[in-house]
Design a protein around this ligand. Sequence first.
Ligand code: TXA
Ligand code: MG
Length: 327
Amino acid sequence: MTAPVTEVSRAADLLRAGELVAFPTETVYGLGADASNQLAIGKIFAVKGRPADHPLIVHLPDASRLERWAVDIPDAARKLAAAFWPGPLTLILKRHPSVLDAVTGGQETVGLRVPNHPLALQILREFGGLAGGGLAAPSANRFGHVSPTTAAHVREELGAAVSMIVDGGHCAVGIESTILDLSTGQARILRPGMLDAAAIARILGYSPEYGGARDAPRVSGSLEAHYAPRTRLQLVAPADLVATVRLALAAGRRIAVLAVPPAALEHPDVAWCPASADAAQFAHDLYSKLRELDAMGRELILVESPPDAETWRAVSDRLRRAAAGSK
Ligand code: TXA
Ligand code: MG
């Protein structure tokens, strides 16, 4: 997808002027600001309603800019960047002294990634230049809510609060990037994503651990309650699904269900939303479907738990947090 040159130029001009521009990436839409501009970064926190100590990911046009943002860059980072950038992988590295505290949340590390979306890359290249070419961009949603995967989601969520929303269609991956911490001499996945441990292990020659170290930096994507719809969401094991639906109906509750068909159980008080049996497709659809289910205004959303397998880990992680956050 290529945008009219004028749209990309306008986005880059606004970003250089310290404005907020929402733009598509392959994972979710980002709320972008010049990562070297303190005032612009302040706007991100204000618009999202995000606590100031939660760090932001800096998006780069290519890996050649790494040295501007990080120091003591390990070999593993260069190998992974060569293998997966542009792509849905964020690397946590030791920060360059010039990186703003507002971006790192005052920590000694910085999150970096090159997004794989033609519009994001065009904007990043055009923005380029003097300030180091980095765009800080959290997901373009209010803090704790479901991330946006279409331009319409961003409009609903942030609307007039941003100067421009660049429309790049539905995000291909659909959930946020894998966050890999390489700042400690070990490789640790702080947030699972669709780029999984097996793919990382193929490049590194060893498998990364999961979870932060005891004194790990704060990761809002790892808060127990996150990515949550407004309606209460409950995960249900496949074997219990029909019984749980029947029980809810017997109790007179109006519910919505996200499940792999054919779990058909026709009833006017049940709204079925078909789920994919394929992990990549499920991830692609997940946030759109959570928004649809939320908009139905039911009392309860039931979601059939995905299989307990490595390929489903990132999806399961988001669903678990959505359930925790909706209570
Ligand atoms: O796919 C994505 O990563 C999307 C798109 C827009 O690129 N961005 C995204 O940003 O999900 P955000 O801000 O919603 O989530 C970024 C996560 C946060 O949980 C933040 O705490 C963590 O990355 N993070 C950023 N810098 C970090 C650092 N230095 N150390 C540990 N975690 C960090
Ligand atoms: Mg987010």
